[in-house]
Design a protein around this ligand. Structure first.
Ligand SMILES: Cc1cc2nc3c(=O)[nH]c(=O)nc-3n(C[C@H](O)[C@H](O)[C@H](O)COP(=O)(O)OP(=O)(O)OC[C@H]3O[C@@H](n4cnc5c(N)ncnc54)[C@H](O)[C@@H]3O)c2cc1C
Ligand SMILES: Cc1cc2nc3c(=O)[nH]c(=O)nc-3n(C[C@H](O)[C@H](O)[C@H](O)COP(=O)(O)O)c2cc1C
Length: 616
C-alpha cells in the first residue's frame, strides 16, 4: 500500500507542504506518491486506499484552479454515495482567517469526499497564515498525528535505517548526462557534482545543442504544448513619467491566425524567466559553473514518484542553466523547508546555529526573509559555506511559477491580439537593492518584436447573454483590465445605456488608464464613473461613487436583475464595494431591504453567478 498525496496549489505553499509530508514518510522508510491534483488520473481514485489531500483556498473561497477537475468529477450527480468506501483519507488546508471563507476549498472537498463514503482517518488540519507562527501552528501537530495514524498501515521495509531530520536523504530525482541517461547510471554520479566533461560522457559524444522537440524553444524560451506563440507588439508605459508606479499596456499578436477567439474576461498566463544575473550568481555561489551547459536529462529515481510538471520530461534533454532559467525559482523568498534543506547540507557550525534558529522560530524567517523579500540567491550568499549539490537541486529549489493576467481586450474589438495592463512590481524594503517582481522585471526586459509563448484560459467571470440585463463593472487600478474587455463586448452587443463602469485611480493626470476610450464610451451612453482618489482634498473611491448612484444600483440590481463584477487588488476594496452595493439596495440607500437582508441579497447574487469577483 502506497499513500497518495494530492495537492492543489496556486502560489506554491500547498505544494511545499505536500513535499514536506512526503519527506516525512520517506524518512520513515515508507514509499509515498506526491502529485498535483490536476495531473492525477481521476478515474483511479476508486483504487486508492490511503489519501492525503492538501489544498489552499483562493479568490473568495474558491478552490485553486488545479483542484477544479477533481472537484467537478466529485460533484457528478450520478456518483453512488458509497463509491469511495474503500478510501481512507485526511486533509490539510492552507488559508488565511482574514478571508470570510477561511479554508473553504479544503472544507468542501473533505465534506464531499466523506459524502461519497470515504473514511476520515484522522482530524483535518486548517493552516492559518494569520496564526502567530503562520500555518506551522496547525501543520506540525497535524503532520505528527497523520504519521502516527498512517504509519501502522505501512510495513517497515527490512532495509530501513532511520534518517534523522538533519541528515541528507537520498535524492528522488536524478540529473543524468544526456548521452548516457538511465536509472543505474544516475546512481553512480557523485553527490556533489555531475562529473562529466563537456564533450564526452561514458564514451558517447554529448549533444552539442539540447534538442527540445516536445517543448519548442526559442532563444532559451520554452513553449509547453498547450501554449501558443505570440509576438510582442507594444510595451508602453501608461503612467506619467514621474509617477511612482510604472504600468504597461502590453500588446501581443497571436501567431496562429486560426485560433478560436477567446471570450471577454479570459486569462493570459506568462512563464517568466530567472534573470541571467541571478542564474550566474547562483552557479558561482554553488561552484557549479562548469556544469551549467552540459546536456542532461531529468528522471525520477523512485518508481512510485512521477516527475512534477514544472520539470522538463525525462526524454527531453536540458541543461542546468536552462533548469535555473526556466523551471526553478531562485528569486522567491525562501520558506522554512529551504532552511531545513540548508541545515541538512551545512557543515559549518556557525551557519548551522543560525539555520537552527530559523527552523525553530518562524518569526526569524519572517524577519530575515519574508518581510524584506530576501531572495534564495541572496540567502545563499549569506550562507557561503553551504552548497546545494546537483543531486538535490530539483527538490530544494521551488518551481518557477507562471503569472496570470486578465486580458484587457475583447476579440471582436482586437481580433488576433491579446492586450494586458500590467503594473510592474517594484518596492523598497530594509535591503539596499529595491525589490522587483520576477515577471515584471522579465516583461520590462522584453523588446518589441520578441516571440514568447502564452497560455489563454477561459474566464471565471461571464457577462450575461442577454444584452437587456444591466451590468455594473467595478475595476480600480489594473483591475480595470477585464472590465475594458467587458465594456467592449457590451458596446458590441448594443448594451450601452445599461452598462456602468466604476474605475478608480489616484489622479486623472497620472494613472488614468484607457482615458480616451472611457470618454468615447461615456459619450455613447455608458455610465463611466471615475474616482480619482487624490485629485481633491477628500479621498474618493469607487465605493463612494457607487453610493452616489444608489437609485441606479437599486433599479439595475433589484428591479432589473442586473449583474455586478469586481476586479483588482485583494485588499479591502472588494469587501467595501459589496458593502456599498448592499447599502444602495437597503432602506438606508434607495431600497426597501433591512441592512441584513441587503447584505444577504448581495452575497446571494455572487452565489447565483449574478456577481463575480477576480482579485489578486
Ligand atoms: C487571475 C489573476 C489576474 C491578474 N491580472 C493582473 C492584471 O491584469 N494586471 C496586473 O498587473 N497583475 C495581474 N495579476 C497579478 C499578476 O499575476 C502578478 O502577481 C503580478 O504581476 C506580480 O508578479 P511579479 O512576478 O512581477 O511579482 P512577484 O515576483 O511575484 O512578486 C510579487 C510579490 O511581491 C510582494 N510585494 C509586491 N509589492 C510589495 C510591496 N509594496 N511591499 C512588500 N511586498 C510587496 C508580494 O509578496 C507579492 O506577492 C493577476 C493575478 C491573477 C491571479
Ligand atoms: C488572492 C488571494 C485570495 C485568497 N482567498 C482566500 C480565501 O478566500 N480563504 C482562505 O482561507 N484563504 C485565502 N487566501 C490565502 C491562501 O489560501 C494562502 O495564501 C495559501 O498559503 C496559498 O497557498 P498556495 O500557494 O498553495 O496557493 C487567499 C490568498 C490570495 C493571494
Amino acid at each position: 500500500m502506497i499513500p497518495l498525496i494530492l495537492y492543489a496549489s496556486e502560489t506554491g505553499n500547498a505544494q511545499d507542504v505536500a513535499e514536506r509530508v512526503s519527506r516525512s514518510f520517506r524518512r520513515q522508510g515508507r514509499k509515498v506518491t506526491c502529485e498535483s491534483m490536476d495531473k492525477f488520473q481521476i478515474s483511479n481514485l476508486i483504487h486508492v486506499d490511503l489519501l492525503i489531500l492538501i489544498t489552499s483556498t483562493h479568490g473568495r473561497g474558491e478552490p485553486p484552479p488545479k483542484m477544479l477537475n477533481l472537484w467537478k468529477a466529485l460533484l457528478r450527480k450520478n456518483l453512488p454515495n458509497n463509491i469511495l468506501e474503500d478510501l481512507h483519507f485526511t486533509l490539510f488546508g492552507l488559508g488565511d482567517s482574514s478571508y470570510e471563507k477561511f479554508n473553504y476549498a479544503g472544507k468542501i472537498l473533505a465534506r464531499r469526499i466523506e459524502n461519497l463514503g470515504a473514511n476520515k482517518l484522522c482530524d483535518y488540519g486548517w493552516g492559518d497564515e494569520r496564526s502567530p507562527n503562520g500555518i506551522e501552528d496547525a501543520f506540525i501537530p497535524w503532520l505528527q498525528q497523520t504519521l502516527d495514524t498512517f504509519l501502522p498501515y505501512l510495513p517497515v521495509p527490512p532495509d530501513y535505517r532511520p534518517i534523522s531530520i538533519t541528515d541528507l536523504p537520498p535524492p528522488i530525482y536524478s540529473l543524468t548526462p544526456a548521452a548516457s541517461s538511465s536509472r543505474s547510471t544516475e546512481l553512480d554520479i557523485p553527490l556533489n557534482k555531475l562529473s562529466i566533461s563537456p564533450n564526452t560522457t561514458n564514451g558517447h559524444v554529448a549533444p552539442t545543442r539540447v534538442e527540445d522537440t516536445l517543448r519548442q524553444e526559442e532563444h532559451g524560451i520554452i513553449k509547453p504544448d498547450d501554449w501558443v506563440w505570440v509576438t510582442l507588439k507594444k510595451n508602453d508605459r501608461v503612467t506619467k513619467e514621474d509617477w511612482w508606479q510604472d504600468v504597461r499596456e502590453i500588446e501581443f499578436d497571436l501567431e496562429d491566425k486560426n485560433l478560436t477567439p477567446y471570450l471577454p474576461g479570459s486569462i493570459c498566463s506568462i512563464q517568466p524567466q530567472s534573470s541571467e544575473e541571478d542564474v550566474n550568481t547562483f552557479l558561482e555561489l554553488m561552484n557549479l559553473e562548469d556544469q551549467a551547459d552540459i546536456p542532461i536529462t531529468v528522471q525520477s529515481v523512485l518508481e512510485e514518484q512521477p516527475l512534477p510538471e514544472h520539470l522538463p520530461p525525462h526524454d527531453k534533454p536540458t541543461t542546468l542553466r536552462s533548469l535555473l532559467t526556466n523551471h526553478l525559482d531562485i528569486r522567491c523568498s525562501p520558506r522554512k523547508s529551504f532552511f531545513e534543506w540548508l541545515r541538512r547540507l551545512s557543515l559549518d557550525e556557525r551557519e548551522q546555529e543560525r539555520l537552527d534558529e530559523f527552523i525553530d522560530d518562524p518569526d526569524e524567517i519572517h524577519t530575515y526573509a519574508t518581510r524584506p523579500s530576501r531572495s534564495i540567491v541572496e540567502t545563499l550568499a549569506d550562507f557561503r559555506q553551504t552548497k546545494i549539490p546537483l543531486s538535490h537541486i530539483l527538490e530544494i529549489l521551488p518551481p518557477l511559477r507562471r503569472r496570470q493576467f486578465s486580458i484587457a481586450s475583447s476579440w471582436d474589438a482586437h481580433p488576433g491580439k491579446v492586450q494586458l495592463l500590467v503594473a510592474l512590481v517594484e518596492y523598497k524594503t530594509n535591503l539596499k537593492i529595491p525589490r522587483r517582481g520576477l515577471c515584471s522585471q522579465w516583461l520590462d526586459s522584453l523588446k518589441v518584436g520578441t516571440r514568447i509563448p502564452i497560455h489563454i484560459s477561459p474566464p471565471t467571470l461571464f457577462l450575461p447573454q442577454n444584452p437587456e440585463t444591466p451590468v455594473i463593472l467595478v475595476g480600480p487600478g489594473t483591475g480595470v483590465a477585464p472590465m475594458r474587455a467587458f465594456v467592449e463586448a457590451r458596446v458590441k452587443q448594443g448594451a450601452v445605456e445599461n452598462t456602468a463602469l466604476y474605475f478608480g485611480c489616484r489622479s486623472e493626470f497620472a494613472d488614468f488608464y484607457f482615458a480616451s476610450e472611457w470618454k468615447k464610451y461615456g459619450e455613447k451612453g455608458v455610465n463611466v464613473q471615475v474616482a480619482a482618489s487624490r485629485d481633491q482634498e477628500e479621498k474618493v473611491y469607487v465605493q463612494h461613487l457607487i453610493k452616489e448612484n444608489k437609485e441606479e444600483v437599486q433599479d439595475w440590481l433589484i428591479d432589473k436583475g442586473g449583474h455586478v463584477y469586481i476586479s483588482g487588488s485583494s485588499n479591502a476594496m472588494p469587501k467595501e464595494v459589496r458593502e456599498a452595493l448592499a447599502w444602495c439596495v437597503s432602506k438606508e440607500g434607495a431600497g426597501t431591504l433591512t441592512e441584513e437582508q441587503a447584505n444577504e441579497y448581495i452575497e446571494q447574487m455572487f452565489e447565483d453567478g449574478r456577481g463575480g469577483e477576480e482579485s489578486w
